[in-house]
Write a protein that binds this ligand. Structure first.
Ligand code: AP5
Length: 268
């Protein structure tokens, strides 16, 4: 109905590096910033920065790739949904729920307000592609903008013609090394963005969070989108490129498939 165009209540599910934090701002814009974006990882890192007791406890868990206890996370979200006025029009939950009990509690919370979720969107991607995304990720903490240390090319195939078929993994490095493009402020690397912790985060995801998809699938609000594009695109070059390819014109296929979900629902 028309309500759908104004706001949305949805969650983003996906392994570390799938692009939840990359896509959420686009969804916000799609809904004219009238919904809130709650990223539980960002909220926890804020606590770490402030040096609170919760922050101290959370840092240890996060650096080990584990999950912060359900009760803490549920209360954190509950507090936001009840008291954050920017959540009035709806919300995008990014990183929550991560366990079935968290999903159940969220349902209870919404039910008590006669609300329900519109969509649970899962970003699907192969684990092996996440390693380079995460270990090279650079973040501008104040804005949440993320970059990548490098651009790079991976050869997949040599074609039948004289042209080489190259599989391009597109990353966006900052214009100046380790500096935010817009403010010039330094970029940082998250302490859990190393290969070892990532392996544990992926393990935790498959052991505990993957079940959350099944939970929403049963409710009929689950849909999956490939999180692969546009980083791996097949492009043809007559020789190996020596400078970054301008990928800004590349279609953002991930966003196209997410936004299509909202359009489908609208037509009903
Ligand atoms: P959290 O902060 O949620 O981390 P995460 O789930 O591991 O997700 P990331 O932020 O790493 O990845 P993302 O999907 O947002 O990817 P991004 O868009 O940045 O959680 C951290 C920790 O907090 C957890 O491990 C846990 O301990 C704790 N926690 C949080 N919530 C909890 C909960 N509910 N319960 C219990 N514990 C909780 O993209 C990654 C990179 O890839 C970027 O460099 C980006 O530029 C690039 N990129 C994105 N999309 C593409 C694309 N299509 N092509 C090429 N590059 C791309």
């Amino acid at each position: 109905g028309s309500q759908q165009q104004k706001g949305v209540r949805m969650i983003l599910i996906g392994p570390p590096g799938a692009g939840k934090g990359t896509q959420a701002p686009k969804i916000l814009e799609r809904f004219n910033n009238c919904v809130c974006h709650l990223a539980t990882g960002d909220m926890l890192r804020e606590q770490v920065t402030q040096g609170t007791d919760l922050g101290k406890q959370a840092k240890q868990i996060m650096d080990q790739g584990g999950l912060v206890p359900d009760e803490i996370m549920i209360n954190m979200i509950k507090d936001q949904l009840e008291n954050n006025s920017s959540c009035r029009g709806g919300f995008i939950l990014d990183g929550f729920p991560r366990t079935t009990p968290q999903a159940e509690k969220l349902d209870e919370m919404l039910k008590s307000k006669s609300q329900k979720l519109d969509h649970a969107v899962e970003l699907k991607i192969n684990d092996s592609l996440l390693i380079s995304r995460i270990t090279g990720r650079l973040i501008h903490p104040a804005s949440g903008r993320s970059y990548h240390k490098e651009f790079r090319y991976v050869h997949v195939n040599t074609l039948l013609t004289e042209e080489e078929l190259i599989c391009v993994v597109f990353f966006s490095p900052p214009k100046k090394p380790m500096k935010d493009d817009i403010t010039g402020e330094p970029l940082i690397q998250r302490s859990d963005d190393n290969a070892e912790t990532l392996k544990k985060r992926l393990g935790t995801y498959h052991a505990q969070t993957a079940a959350v998809s099944g939970y929403y699938r049963k409710q009929g609000i689950w849909c999956k989108c490939s999180a692969l594009e546009p980083d791996v695109r097949l492009l043809t070059f007559s020789s190996t490129p020596t400078a970054p390819v301008d990928a800004s014109q590349a279609p953002d296929v991930v966003w196209s498939s997410i936004s299509a979900i909202f359009e489908q629902k609208k037509e009903k």
